[in-house]
Design a protein around this ligand. Structure first.
Ligand SMILES: Nc1ncnc2c1ncn2[C@@H]1O[C@H](COP(=O)(O)OP(=O)(O)OP(=O)(O)O)[C@@H](O)[C@H]1O
Length: 774
């Protein structure tokens, strides 16, 4: 069983991630996947590059796939259900049977749904009941199982998304005929063995945190499991697992063989508020569950995922397609809904039916409000990079959430998931309080954290000391804020001159850094779209001209990596096609540099990227965490270099979206905003202090010759680390930890094996001695 299967992930998804080379779940995946599979709302904060996309995509794909399968089956079986009770109307009895849908195919059920039989001698087969119990309901619930023959059986409770091989993952609890209790595939001695003719009582106590216990023939065997926190807000169903065996269940419609222990009530008599809707698409009280009726209707979205940027939305949609590629019957349909691209194919896609919507807030809300994205089947609402979405689009989030169905229960309940590397703002907490139900916080560090795989260095930019900005070559292209100011040696000490000098010096320093570190690839962050354009011109000029012009692929693709300064731009002002082409060229290694604004700061995943450079620091310290998080991903080492000006720099500041004051610099728009213009004075020393406070440490400077600080060089050398390569020469920290964890068990197994072999040999020796005629 793979490490992902142990989390309850279905084999098709495990296969897909194994093909991607994922041997172990990352820490955030190990925590979040079982919680989401268990049905909870989750807020997950984990550092950049730690695998958050997989942490929500894998369980979402699994549940969406199961929901659709159930819909298909309940649609096919409409009117022919052997369970009865599908006709609506409230009932004082909980209508619970073994589920025809939620069973392994080799488990046969009787027509009344109370007897299960599996005649496979080789493999276990499981089945769950159609009704589950909220672990937070505060009640105590009981059902009984009678063992009808000599085969093997395991009985107990599990979440609707747990493995049917009861007790082999984090989501189920079993008690087996060999006298063992099982959870997480750990089998420990409990109670006593049971077999043909025995009656096992299965108790779920939902008071005081929750526990599972069992009785044999009316005798209590004591508490078997306490519910772990990740299951305390979930739904647990009666669950049975068989190997060449037959059992009969009684949920309390008919009298029990033995009375339930004091305080426990039969599942069939449980309070309506304690129980969750059926696992087969029928409601617990006999009504129709939300998904039950629509199996034959066109496919409507089951999941809506919002992303703050188009490129990230596209990347996430691709991840869903990659991770879900082995899911069949039905194949899942993921649709991308972002602005800036042709709307017609998106409308066609919706008409044909989409299961998973991935998009940016503007386009998604347009489609929702025009009725093109129907929300009545939605089961998941996911905010990736939640803090950015909440800061920029609180109204869109609220509008979408208000339209989502909230009446589903159990497996049909709406789940809300919030993910980011920076999830600790009051705005996020406020929004979560409004749109989540008892969200479980997966927060491995307890605060915003940056990966240990990222080294940070500064390059101090001091035009008063470094006068190389006065040289005419190489040609630099600044932003025009000082187009009307006198700049030259005679004005060298005025703030305006020092500001312009800083801009010129930064471009020259960039060239020196690239040359000194012999950069193969680097992501370069600028403040504005215009800064990106100007830097692109600078690098193209260095690379021998070419490029330039608006639109299209502007890098020197023909010379690609041979050109030491080949570059592309990923910025909001570029068309989606240009952005796609730029990202693809950079990912494929066709160009060395990608110049970008903060649209590329979040989520963009470029494998084994060694360097990121900040031409200017971001004005929000959390953006620094996301920018530098483009390196140091998936345990690969990376270096983040930030240029920090010693003097204030005057920069463009657009108060109106879409305004481009740099198009025609004049004396009125180069004035600062407080004087009616479109510039501000930018003080990077203040911004650096905020970033260092957030990191909880100061950042060292590169040396004058632009090599790494000596302590960093030493550390890299002693650890054998190289930027752009796996930490410590390849074996990740998680793999090392996992190997340490299992080594004890492996040793124990080896010693048991040795004892078995030697005792067998001793016995054999004794027999041979006994048989030898004297
Ligand atoms: N379990 C795993 N084993 C190995 N690699 C993994 C695993 N999970 C994810 N990855 C890889 O790690 C990289 C980063 O993953 P992902 O983009 O999901 O990070 P993230 O936490 O969402 O980062 P960000 O905060 O920047 O959005 C990807 O290349 C992904 O394929």
């Amino acid at each position: 069983m793979s490490a992902f299967e142990e989390l309850g992930v279905m084999p098709e998804l495990c296969k897909a991630v194994e093909e991607l080379g994922w041997t172990l779940p990352s820490p955030v995946q190990a925590e979040a996947i079982p919680l989401i599979l268990g049905g909870g709302d989750v807020m997950a904060a984990a550092e950049t590059g730690s695998g958050k996309t997989g942490a929500f995509a894998i369980p979402v794909l699994q549940i969406v796939h199961e929901a659709l399968r159930q819909r298909m089956h309940s649609g096919a079986a409409a009117g022919t259900s052997s369970y009865g009770g599908g006709g609506g109307g409230a009932s004082s009895t909980v209508d619970c049977v073994l589920s025809m849908e939620d069973r392994d195919l080799h488990v046969a059920l009787s027509a009344d749904g109370y007897t299960a039989q599996s005649r496979s001698e080789k493999s276990w087969g499981g089945v769950r009941a159609t009704v589950g119990v909220f672990a937070s309901c505060g009640g105590k619930v009981y059902y009984e199982v009678t063992v009808n023959d000599e085969g093997l059986s395991r009985v107990g409770w599990s979440c609707p998304t747990a493995s049917r091989d009861l007790g082999t993952d984090l989501l189920g609890f079993g008690f087996g005929g060999t006298g063992k209790k099982s959870h997480k595939r750990q089998f420990d001695a409990y109670g006593e063995p049971f077999g043909q003719g025995d009656v096992i009582g299965c108790m779920l106590d939902c008071t005081a945190g929750g526990s599972v216990s069992f009785c044999k023939n009316g005798r209590q065997l004591g508490e078997a499991f306490k519910l772990p926190p990740h299951l305390q807000s979930q739904v647990l169903h009666p669950a049975i697992c068989l190997k060449n065996a037959e059992v009969a269940v009684n949920f309390g419609i008919t009298p029990f063989a033995y009375p339930p222990p004091s305080g426990f009530v039969a599942l069939a008599k449980a309070h309506a508020a304690w129980v969750a809707a059926g696992n087969d698409g029928t409601a617990a009280g006999g009504g129709t569950a939300r998904h039950g009726s629509s199996a034959t209707a066109g496919r409507k979205p089951v999941c809506v995922i919002l992303e703050p940027a188009k490129d990230l939305a596209e990347q996430t949609a691709n991840c869903f397609n990659d991770y879900g590629k082995h899911l069949n019957n039905p194949k899942l349909r993921t649709g991308l809904f972002v602005g800036g691209i042709d709307i017609a194919p998106q409308i066609r896609l919706l008409r044909d039916g989409v299961d998973i919507v991935v998009g940016t807030p503007g386009r998604v809300i347009d489609f929702v409000e025009s009725g093109k994205i129907p929300l009545e089947e939605v089961r998941f609402f996911v905010l990736d990079e939640a803090d950015r979405l909440i800061a920029d689009n609180p109204d869109v989030i609220t509008k979408i959430y208000n339209r989502l169905p909230k009446t589903g229960t159990g497996v049909n309940r709406l789940q809300v998931l919030l993910f980011s590397a920076t999830l600790h703002s009051p705005e996020v907490k406020d929004m979560a309080a409004r749109i989540c139900v008892n969200p479980i916080l997966v927060d491995l560090k307890g605060k915003d954290a940056v990966p240990e795989t990222v080294d940070h260095v500064l390059v101090r930019v001091n035009p008063a000391e470094d006068r190389s900005w006065l040289q005419s070559k190489p040609e630099v292209f600044t932003d025009g804020c000082h187009a009307l100011d006198h700049i030259g040696p005679n004005s060298a000490s005025t703030p305006e001159c020092l500001s312009e000098a800083t801009k010129r010096l930064k471009q020259r320093l960039l060239q020196r850094i690239i040359d000194t570190l012999k950069m193969e690839q680097c992501l370069i962050f600028c403040r504005t779209n215009y800064d990106c354009d100007q830097l692109e011109k600078f690098l193209n000029n260095l690379g021998g001209g070419g490029g330039g012009g608006a639109g299209g692929f502007r890098g020197k693709k023909e010379s690609g990596k041979e050109n030491p300064y080949s570059c592309v731009v990923l910025a909001g002002a570029r068309s989606m096609d240009e952005r796609r082409a730029a990202l693809a060229a950079f990912k494929e290694g066709d160009v060395r540099f990608m110049i970008c604004t903060d649209v590329a700061a979040r989520g963009i995943d470029i494998r084994e990227l060694p360097y990121v450079i900040n031409m200017t620091l971001p004005d929000k310290s959390e953006d620094y965490i996301h920018r530098i998080g483009r390196v140091g991903r998936a345990d690969t080492m990376g270096l983040a270099i930030s240029m920090v000006s010693e003097v204030p720099e005057k920069v463009w500041f657009c108060t109106v979206k879409g305004l481009k004051p740099w198009m025609a610099p004049d004396s009125s728009n180069t004035r600062t905003t407080d004087k009616g213009g479109h510039t501000i004075w930018y003080d990077e020393k203040v911004l650096l202090a905020a970033i260092e406070a957030r990191l909880g440490r100061s950042i060292s400077c590169m040396t004058e010759d632009l090599s790494l600080p000596p302590e960093l060089k030493e550390r890299l050398a002693s650890a054998g680390d190289k930027y752009g390569q796996q930490r410590g020469g390849g074996v990740s920290k998680e793999v090392t930890e996992h190997l340490e964890q299992i080594s004890q068990n492996v040793q124990q197994l080896a010693s048991l094996e040795w004892r078995v072999q030697t005792s067998f040999l001793r016995l054999k020796q004794r027999w041979q001695t006994a048989e030898t005629p004297s």
